[in-house]
Design a protein around this ligand. Structure first.
Ligand SMILES: NC(=O)c1ccc[n+]([C@@H]2O[C@H](COP(=O)([O-])OP(=O)(O)OC[C@H]3O[C@@H](n4cnc5c(N)ncnc54)[C@H](OP(=O)(O)O)[C@@H]3O)[C@@H](O)[C@H]2O)c1
Length: 283
């Protein structure tokens, strides 16, 4: 596994493990334990996933030193304000059972996220969190934020996979030194990704699966990947991407799979925005 250096000098694993849609506490705890035993050191959760306590329980039991782990959680829309962010941050830390966090992200570009970001800058300067950043900040939102902040976001976590490659968004992130992190690196299973003929054929050359090719393609672009699975053998497979290199031709062939839009979410749809505002995190 490789590490990258963020714009504030801290190291972040180039691959991590995501726990979206694992609300069952026992299953989530076991998944995180299995992921850490498989070699993952970055765990990506969120207040909105309703599983920070289960992640925290696994972190206590995992037997890996805290300083070797890189823990990310996220601020939900309802708490997107200066005061809200301060309270929500402490609540997340308490649930995770941690003193400090590695990465705190604004989950959506909604609500008073500028106020929230100011609070996060203070938490960062106070040493409570080692890096701060955002999710789902499309080029115009990210530019607006980066032009107003004191502490540049270290990471922007956005949907990135072979069918939605977001080259324009990556160029804006590069301009500001913001590291891209891929959510939905498997497009949440859409586009027949796990049996896709192009990814499968490329994988056959290296003895790898379509899933491994999709992940390797992102890390070779410098994008951090955080695949999710509740199956140990898939976690291991998804982590086994460090012993092969896709050729220039492979990368170019995968570039041809881009359809240029998401088939998972639409941040320009008012109904989607309303739905996110109506979602609340658990107490
Ligand atoms: N910031 C945001 O707005 C945002 C949004 C979405 C996600 N995320 C983060 O990104 C992480 C990853 O995204 P995601 O969970 O949405 O989707 P994903 O990782 O693209 O796909 C997960 C799906 O792929 C399956 N899978 C995993 N490995 C596989 C393999 N080797 N072969 C076949 N199937 C496999 C999983 O099934 P099983 O679990 O049954 O194995 C699950 O159904 C999340 O967990 C979360 O941490 C962030």
């Amino acid at each position: 596994m490789e590490y990258i250096t963020l714009n504030n000098g801290i190291k972040m694993p180039l691959e991590g493990f995501g726990v979206f849609q694992v609300p069952d506490a026992a299953q989530c705890e076991q998944a995180v334990l299995d992921a850490i035993a498989s070699g993952y050191r970055l765990i990506d959760t969120a207040a909105a996933y309703a599983n920070e306590e289960a992640v925290g329980a696994a972190l206590k039991k995992c037997g890996v030193a805290r300083e070797e782990l890189f823990i990310t959680t996220k601020l939900w829309v309802q708490d997107a304000s200066y005061e809200g962010a301060k309270k929500a941050f402490q609540k997340s830390l308490d649930k995770l059972g941690l003193e400090t966090l590695d990465l705190y992200l604004i989950h959506q570009p909604m609500g008073d996220y500028i106020g929230a970001y100011r609070a996060m800058e203070e938490l960062y300067k106070a040493g409570r969190v080692r890096a701060i950043g955002v999710c789902n900040f499309y080029p115009e939102r990210l530019t607006d934020l980066c032009e107003t902040v004191e502490v540049m976001p270290a990471v922007n976590q956005v949907e990135l996979h072979p069918f939605f490659q977001q080259e324009k968004a990556l160029a804006v992130m590069k301009e500001y030194g913001v590291r891209p992190e891929a959510w939905g690196p498997f497009a949440e299973g859409k586009h027949g990704i796990f049996t896709h003929p192009v990814l499968t054929a490329i994988g056959q050359k290296y003895g790898k699966s379509a899933a491994q090719v999709a992940l390797r393609w992102n890390v070779q672009r410098g994008v951090v990947g955080i695949p999710k699975s509740v199956h140990r053998e898939r976690m291991e497979q998804n982590f086994d991407i460090w012993d092969f290199v896709l050729s220039k031709e492979d990368m170019a062939e995968i570039a041809g799979l881009d359809i240029g839009h998401s088939e998972i979410v639409d941040h320009s749809d008012p109904q989607f925005i309303k739905m996110l505002h109506s979602m609340k995190t658990p107490d």
